[in-house]
Design a protein around this ligand. Structure first.
Ligand code: MRU
Length: 347
């Protein structure tokens, strides 16, 4: 692995899917083995593995597990029987379009495979994984060139943990820091799961990149004090008009950034772009268990009897986005037409 690229959250080991249990970081580095679809889908829903590209890659490997099991037990009807598993995986988290995208890729191989399916499906899952890392590297180069000796603010975790490796927005951070284009990283803590405080800080400390964690509510003050030049975020789904669904709180950051005259960059592979949804209004937003807000790290912090509203994502309108970076290039001030041109197959 290259410099600033030492973490892999998803591995295929001994015919099983091995996931770094992100719920336990940074206190413990523990792995969870999944031997069937149910445990893989459960791991996605329960946030053992999270981040749109990582969810897609996990689902791809889970299809290998499902196909192997069904083929062994029912060699003539396994293609019909696997449908239930594919549906279970697709339901595991609704907003990250990389999940459905990866399942479609796996279905393409599944449809044409003859005889024992595991080898062909494993090759496709590995390809999806490798392509994601390659896309991250390309996006990192494109995004890093936009940053000129500034501090940046990130939200959630968009690093190696959230992807096949290296990261989307955090990949840009890694490459920009190596090139001397970033002076410091501010990481929003990202309630309620604390992906910024627990995961982004962990990744950056490992890589020797200076990071300060801040409460989500401190971001506007940070901007008003002129401490950053850019906000860098990932995406769970980008609509055909350039609207961006990402971790709850992203929309507010975009509004604050525009108010303070700062730049807002979204870094996501083209597998996160969903041209079938016209606008952000059409993106399904996952609402999670209120208990995640009412408690913190398993400790109840709210009076018994209080309720909570817990949307996991929000939608940032395209007009608040200055730059979208994919592995195909960059889109400045995204519009439906610019998105259409960017996503043309021959690009
Ligand atoms: O709920 P999570 O942790 O899966 O949310 C993750 C995000 O919102 C990320 O910003 C997004 O998936 C992009 S990760 C490269």
């Amino acid at each position: 692995m290259l410099e600033h690229d030492s973490v892999r959250a998803i591995e295929w080991v001994d015919d099983k899917l091995r996931l770094l249990d992100q719920r336990r970081l940074p206190s413990e580095v523990v792995y969870l083995d999944c031997a069937d679809t149910q445990s893989a889908a459960g791991a996605i829903s329960a946030m053992v593995v999270r981040g749109a590209p990582a969810i897609g890659i996990t689902a791809a490997y889970a299809v290998v597990l499902a196909a192997g099991a069904h083929y062994r037990n029912h060699p003539s009807s396994w293609k019909r029987r696997i449908e239930t598993d594919l549906a279970e995986l697709a339901r595991a988290r609704p907003t990250a379009v990389n999940l459905g995208w990866a399942l479609q890729r796996m279905k393409g191989v599944l449809a044409s495979v003859e005889g024992a399916p595991e080898q062909a499906l494993l090759a496709e899952a590995r390809l999806i994984h490798e392509e994601d890392i390659a896309a991250n590297r390309t996006m990192a180069t494109i995004g890093a060139a936009e940053l000129k000796g500034t501090a940046v603010l990130t939200h959630c975790n968009t690093g190696s943990l959230a992807t096949g490796g290296y990261g989307t927005a955090l990949g840009v951070v890694r490459s920009a820091f190596a090139a001397g284009n970033i002076t410091h990283v501010y990481a929003n803590e990202t309630r309620p799961w604390l992906q910024g405080a627990r995961l982004t800080a962990w990744e950056l400390v490992r890589d020797g990149i200076p990071v300060s964690v801040l409460c989500d509510g401190a971001a506007a003050s940070l901007m008003s004090q002129g401490k950053i030049g850019w906000v860098l975020v990932g995406a769970d789904r980008i609509a055909a008009n350039g609207d961006v669904a990402n971790k709850i709180g992203t929309y507010g950051l975009a509004i604050h950034a525009r108010h303070h005259g700062l730049k807002f960059m979204v870094v996501a592979p083209s597998s996160t772009v969903d041209m079938s949804v016209p606008s952000g209004k059409d993106i399904p937003i996952e609402t999670r268990d209120p208990e995640e807000v009412l408690s913190c790290q398993g400790h109840r912090i709210t009076a018994q009897g209080a309720n909570a509203w817990n949307p996991a994502f929000d939608v940032t309108p395209a007009e608040l986005v200055d730059l979208i970076v994919t592995e195909k290039g960059k889109i400045e001030n995204p519009t439906a037409e610019a998105m259409r041109q960017h996503m043309e197959p021959d690009r």
